[in-house]
Design a protein around this ligand. Structure first.
Ligand code: CO8
Length: 261
């Protein structure tokens, strides 16, 4: 977190338990250029590997979480080059983080910006947030989950409307659709996300990581296989010291002392 960054800012909450990554490219409303994504991936990887950190908050600027992929950077690229270089393939690296990642969205979350928010584990929105997949207006289509994660988040009809119209949803509409977990006054959304991060970080990291892993498996597996996976992980928690401590502390009416073991 101490190195210098060009396109992002990285910090820790006061307790040191929540990593905060702020996209910071104000000149272009946080358009996601290649350099920004490399820095973002480095920061998330570093925080994910930091034993003191229990959760991460990803946020942007008051006017824009991110206004999409950098249109100027990609405008003149061609299929064969994009294909050979696996253009933007590294975008999904954030989904490999084991620790919970909370998106705190203010202002525009458009195109790749909306897709980046959806790659996080949950979204908190400021009441000024705007979500959309405007790629259709540029003669292209969503390329980083807008036709897949969005459907899983809000269902077919609402997803179709968003990607085919290129219109934007307000924070309230996004919450009603289930894209967003909760809406807050814009100037408090980062603090609220950090507060949730602190709560998550106050639990056993083994348990929070297993929770995240199990929920994410529900997108990949059939119900029977998913339930099987969940039960196995649940059973596995009984091999941890933290499960023993958590249940002992309950019986003794005291706070649990987690060791992440
Ligand atoms: N890319 C590059 N520059 C951008 C972008 C962007 N996505 N968005 C805004 N900017 C720049 C503007 O060009 C402008 O720069 P300059 O001052 O040099 O002209 C600056 O940011 C400020 O923007 P505006 O003046 O336009 O600000 P407004 O408040 O008037 O408008 C909007 C804000 C409505 C957000 C407007 O900027 C806009 O429509 N932006 C583009 C939104 C968009 O179409 N996003 C989708 C991009 S495509 C995409 O994300 C595909 C992802 C595919 C991923 C594939 C992975 C494999």
């Amino acid at each position: 977190t101490t190195r210098s960054w060009e396109y992002i800012k990285v910090s820790l909450s006061e307790t040191g338990k929540v990593g905060i990554v702020q996209l910071n490219r104000p000149k272009a409303l946080n358009a996601l250029c290649s350099g920004l994504f490399h820095e973002l991936n480095d920061a998330i990887r570093t925080l994910d590997n930091d034993p003191a950190v229990g959760a991460v908050v990803l946020t942007g600027l008051p006017k824009a979480f991110a206004a999409g992929a950098d249109i100027k950077e990609m405008a003149n690229t061609h299929f064969v080059d994009n294909y050979k270089s696996n253009f933007l393939g590294h975008w999904t690296e954030i989904t490999q983080a084991r620790k919970p990642v909370i998106a705190a969205v203010q202002g525009f979350a458009l195109g790749g910006g909306c897709e980046l928010a959806m790659m996080c584990d949950l979204i908190y929105a400021g009441d000024n947030a705007k979500f959309g997949q405007p790629e259709i207006k540029l003669g292209t289509i969503p390329g980083a989950g807008g036709s897949q994660r969005l459907v899983k988040a809000v269902g077919k009809s609402k997803a179709m409307e968003l990607v085919l119209s290129g219109n934007m949803w307000s924070a309230e509409e996004a919450e009603r659709a289930g894209l967003v977990a909760r809406v807050f006054p814009a100037d408090t959304v980062v603090a609220e996300a950090v507060k949730l991060g602190e709560q998550i970080a106050s639990y056993s990291q083994v348990a929070t990581q297993m929770c995240k892993e199990a929920v994410n498996k529900s997108f990949e597996l059939s119900l029977a296989e998913g339930l099987h996976f969940e039960r196995r992980l649940f059973q596995a928690t009984f091999a941890t010291k933290d499960q023993k401590e958590g249940m002992k502390a309950f019986a003794e009416k005291r706070a649990a002392q987690w060791t992440n073991q």
